[in-house]
Design a protein around this ligand. Structure first.
Ligand code: MRU
Length: 344
């Protein structure tokens, strides 16, 4: 794998610090679960599936140092701390639930066994995520013709997952199957995941990529320069509404206006059947400094009022299909998502 987003090494969690890309490739080793929690909150690692993997490894790391008699109290503290890091990505809560299940079901086997099983589960979550991305990539690649100019938003690549990526997994699979693909990526203000991360990942793999600013999408579609949109997802509600990086909704509206297919790619671990619609998905509001400053420099008068919602909801009517590791979900999503998730 060309990009090593997160690894487990000698009882440390090692992450590529995504805040410094594309300028510097710095790997940070964490020994304490509170550091892992801070790394998630501060965007050292980001992207829904990667956040899930980091949280699972955070639990496995946290219990390494816990003594027997405090185990129940300490593990609850670990779960609570990691769950509070970022509210929108379903994968975070899904991964913590999986870890909790191991702890509940296996605690009678003794603390040392539970510690080992938690570590194994975290590594399983990591491996399964890569496998899911490879599968969904293949399904997605079949939907797109060759050659295609595919617009993506934010970073739903290897950096946002355990590896390979979701939206970029589809692109990678297209390339692997011999299809011609050119990627258009918008910069994705304010955190610039498109400009900094997606452009970096694709350049590294020699996949043709063109960068645009967020407000150029309408112009490009008006001039028939986009064949399809493929984005990732942070949470998919039971009716098919999708929470993803702020700006996704605007792109979906434009895609509908210009008859451009709009695809969402993500593992089933991003589907949250407990949310009946997008209205129930908590939207993270981030620090205003991400908007008022670029690379530490102010770009606006001091004291101006600032908004910084990190995600938006794209309603299901605007989505052509949702691609997962189990196949392609088409409308009506209300019925098809439930059957898809249950289908093994
Ligand atoms: O704030 P971020 O960078 O964590 O947001 C990431 C996104 O919105 C991605 O599109 C989403 O998590 C899917 S990643 C495979």
């Amino acid at each position: 794998m060309a990009v090593k987003t997160i690894q487990w090494k000698n009882n440390h969690v090692v992450m590529l610090d995504q805040r410094l890309l594309p300028g510097k490739e710095v790997y940070r080793a964490y020994r304490d679960y509170t550091e892992v929690a801070r790394a998630i909150r501060d965007m050292v690692i980001r992207g829904a599936p990667a956040i899930g993997v980091a949280a699972a490894m955070g639990v496995a790391l946290g219990v390494v140092w816990v003594k027997g008699k405090n185990f129940d109290r300490e593990i609850e503290r670990i779960f609570r701390t990691l769950a509070k890091t970022r509210p929108t990505a379903a994968n975070l809560f899904w991964a913590l639930e999986r870890m909790r299940k191991i702890y509940i079901e296996k605690r009678s086997l003794g603390i040392e066994t539970v510690k080992r099983l938690l570590k194994e589960e975290a590594l399983k979550i990591f491996e399964e995520d890569i496998a899911a991305n490879r599968l969904l990539g293949k399904f997605g690649a079949q939907l797109l013709r060759s050659p295609s100019r595919v617009l993506t938003h934010c970073n739903a690549g290897a950096l946002a997952t355990a590896g390979y990526g979701t939206a970029l997994g589809v692109i990678r699979a297209m390339k692997e199957s011999g299809k011609e693909v050119e990627v258009l990526v918008d910069e994705t203000r304010p955190f610039l995941q498109g400009a900094r991360l997606t452009a970096w990942e694709l350049k590294k793999e020699k996949i043709p990529v063109t960068l645009l600013t967020d407000n150029m999408v309408g112009y490009l579609m008006q001039h028939s320069k986009v064949d399809a949109v493929v984005v990732g997802c942070d949470r998919v509600a039971a009716n098919g509404d999708v929470a993803n990086k702020i700006g996704t909704y605007g792109i979906a509206v434009l895609a509908r206006r210009h008859n451009v297919p709009f695809y969402v790619a993500g593992p089933t671990s991003s589907i949250d059947l407990k949310c009946s619609s997008g209205a129930e998905v908590p939207i993270e509001q981030r620090n205003s400094r991400e908007v008022s400053h670029i690379f530490g420099r102010p770009i606006t008068p001091r004291g101006v009022h600032i908004l910084n919602p990190a995600f938006d909801i794209t309603d299901h009517e605007l989505i052509s299909a949702i691609i997962t590791e189990k196949g392609v979900i088409t409308p009506p999503f209300q019925q098809n998502i439930r059957t898809h998730v249950r289908h093994q």
